[in-house]
Each structure stands twice: as C-alpha cells, then as structure tokens.
Design a protein around this ligand. Structure first.
Ligand code: HEC
Length: 198
C-alpha cells in the first residue's frame, strides 16, 4: 500500500515537471520568434523599412537642443527631439540605443526688440521641413538605400508629410554629416541633455 502511494506521488510529480518543462520550451520558442521578427523595433518604421514622421513629437518626445542658422536655405531654428528613454540610455552608455529616433524640425525665425534686448530672434509658427533618423544597430534593411551606417535617414516636406522625400541617404545626407562621423554621425555637441542633467 505504502509503495503504491509512493509511485502515485512520483508519477504525479513527474507529470508536473513535464508540464513545467513544456511551458518553458514554449516560452523559449516564443522569445526566439520575437527576436527573429523584430521589425517592430521602431513604431516609425514599417516592414519594408519605410520611415514615417512621428506624430506630435513635440509632446511625445523631449527637446534635445536647438541650432540657429543665420542665413541661407536652412536659415532659422533647427529644433531637435528624441525619446526620453533614448537620452537616459545615452547618459548611461554613451551611445544611441537600437530604435532611437531623432527628429530635427526647421522653422523660419523673426527678430524684434524685447525687454531682454534688441534684435532678439525667435522661431515662428511656420515649418520648413523635418529630418528624421532611426537607429538600427542590426543592419536590418541591407538593400534599402535610405538605410546604412547604423541609421535610417529620412526627409519630410510640408506638402506631403506621409512620404520620405529622400530615397538615397548617401547622396542626400551622409556628406554633410561627415564632420560628426566619430559621434555616430550625430552633432552631439548641441545636445548637452545627452550627457548631463544640467
Ligand atoms: C547641408 C548639410 C546637411 C545635409 C544635406 C543634411 N544634414 Fe542633417 N544636419 C546637418 C548639420 C550641420 C546638423 C546640426 C546643425 C544644424 O542643424 O545646423 C544636422 C543635424 C541633423 C539631425 C539632428 C541630429 C544631429 O545629427 O545633430 C538630423 C536628425 C539630421 N540632421 C538628419 C539628416 C538627414 C536624414 C539628412 C538627409 C535626408 C540630412 N540630415 C542632410 C547638416 C546636414
């Protein structure tokens, strides 16, 4: 009788462990599936690698910094935004995380005399265009000419914000970003938030 009870107990517990092992295997399989299909690494990139302009990024992202260009086609303010998590990651690791987004918005400027001084410049409500970059540490879109050198590169014009107006980052972007190559192509000196809370 005692022996019988023992085998019963044993077989019950071995059914239990088989179930546990089975569910662990299922979990592992699910994880590796998620890693294999990781096109969801950015909400702004579709399966083919098309980049979209993040909606309402002035609210959903943090302002990293601004540039003021006094003259020429690009004149005015260049305001740069990213995710708060991206800035926190950069502070910790000194580099941009996979899926990080950078948005640069160009606005014309006006100047006037204010109580702070004469000829004070400010950004108007108009927009010239937007530049977007999405970090890709895995080289996902090998034959797509808007992806390479660790980033996806995009330009959005105000007349059609639904499509990337650039189809070749090497021709449209890379040359001008060459001076920032050692900082992963980003002009990080304009973004103190990436390195310090001050
Ligand atoms: C005429 C030169 C020039 C061209 C062309 C250019 N960039 Fe830039 N870009 C700059 C400079 C310089 C800055 C930082 C200073 C500024 O905005 O004046 C910058 C900043 C940026 C930023 C903000 C992050 C950073 O690197 O500091 C993004 C995003 C960006 N560019 C994306 C692009 C993309 C995408 C293209 C191509 C579609 C492109 N740029 C083409 C010169 C250029």
């Amino acid at each position: 009788m005692e022996n019988f009870m023992l085998t019963r107990k044993l077989s019950l517990s071995s059914i239990g462990s088989t179930l546990i092992i089975l569910s662990m295997v299922t979990m592992l399989l699910q994880t590796s599936e998620a890693i294999a299909d990781d096109t969801g690494f950015s909400p702004y990139v579709d399966k083919s690698g098309n980049i979209s302009l993040p909606e309402d990024f002035r609210i959903s992202m943090i302002h990293l910094g601004s540039w003021f260009v006094p003259e020429g086609d690009a004149s005015g303010f260049h305001d740069v935004y990213t995710e708060a998590e991206t800035a926190l990651y950069y502070r910790k690791h000194g580099k941009f995380p996979d899926g990080a987004t950078l948005v640069k918005e160009l606005r014309p400027s006006k100047a006037g005399d204010y109580t702070t001084g004469k000829n004070v410049s400010y950004a108007t409500g108009d927009i010239k265009q937007w530049f977007v970059m999405v970090k890709d540490t895995k080289g996902r879109f090998k034959n797509n000419p808007i992806w390479g050198d660790g980033w996806g590169w995009a330009l959005f014009k105000t007349d059609d914000t639904s499509k990337n107006a650039s189809n070749d980052y090497k021709a449209d972007c890379l040359g001008c970003h060459m001076p920032a190559k050692q900082n992963d192509w980003i002009y990080v000196e304009g973004y103190p938030t990436l390195t310090t809370p001050k």
